[in-house]
Design a protein around this ligand. Sequence first.
Ligand SMILES: [Zn+2]
Length: 441
Amino acid sequence: MASWADDTDPATPLDLTAELARDLIRFDTTNYGEGRSNGETDAAEYVAEHLRGLGLAPELFDSEPGRTSVVVRVPGRNRESGALVVHGHLDVVPADPETWSVDPFAGVIKEGLLWGRGAVDMKNMDAMILAALGDILGAGEAPARDLVVAFFADEEAGGVLGSHYLVDTRPELFEGATEAISEVGGYSITLGGQRAYLLQTGEKALIWIKLVARGDAAHGSRLIRNNAVTKLATAVAAVGSQDWPIRLTDTTTQLLAEIARILDVDPQRVGPDELALATGTASGFIQASLRTTTNPTLLKAGYKHNVIPDRAEALIDIRTLPGEEDAVLAEVASLVGPDIEIIVMHRDIGLETDFGGPLVDAVVGSLHRHDPGAPVLPYLLSAGTDNKALSKLGIRGYGFAPLRLPAELDFPGMFHGVDERVPLDALVFGRRVLTDLLSTY
Ligand SMILES: [Zn+2]
């Protein structure tokens, strides 16, 4: 079937990357969390079919019915080098169609962009990986080193049924792998009027907790001091409004020094937050990488206007700097007080790796062959990725999904946001840079 880059311009054929990303968006792989999901199997079958078309023999793994991951090994030219894991996830977070200007699962192409849930996080990169592999293998060539190409289920709920499941039960799939590349890095930002790229070299730790307040169930007209909703609200306000102090890690120290150098300002006189704000659309990510954050994200209590419930619950999304998990948890406990129960629903480690070495050199080289002279800066991701699971096997993970973006597009703001969209030409750029990297590193 013919496909076109724009519904108003049927003369422009759609690049394969956009076609693959659009098709993947049309599989509604919503992951609601807490074990509820639409599943990834259909998207996994689609990916596997494409890989088979490239002469590869992908394996599919179901951690639970419907929760499918795909892994394939691609032999490289330099068998003595460590293997590189190139991975994406197939699930997406929920999208409320009421708040979107297009159907989030239709894969709409308009105004030179591909729209839909996953266009940013991260069916774009899934498609770039498939297209880059096709470019290399289709030309009768091989990647420079062995690749372990993985498309995981369940990343959006911490990877328990995806990357963690495979790392724990099938570690041999990743044998010989030393490094990994994946999402939330490699995209361009505009810094002092100049295009620069962020390479993700670390991730904050995450602790997802539930606060539970208990009180007296009673008629809504009674005088009740021990009200679960009131107690929970106090605790949530304390955690949510906590102003965590700035603490710089090696990565953020290096990043802020680079920003100051590019902007030609004195980092001793311009504070960390101010330097972070200079990164424009990325500042939301970068400010959050300078300190711990504790965001209340969900409240649950009560069932009728005139009934006081005996229980109220809140979910808090805690992201600490690497290594600070236990100290932050202790401080949260003292903020909410002994009357509130804290249940840790899920936790995972933080990561930080060097901005240097052969892979970083190769990434910078590939970017510079396609966007000469653009600075490449390290950054600490305020969120988490499947690199956390791979780190259990000693694999050093980076975020590198290369995209050259127009200055006015708030790309970081679209992760888990409404109207996710990615420029079609950014996908073509990503395909080329990734092909270059995998062919040469
Ligand atoms: Zn993601």
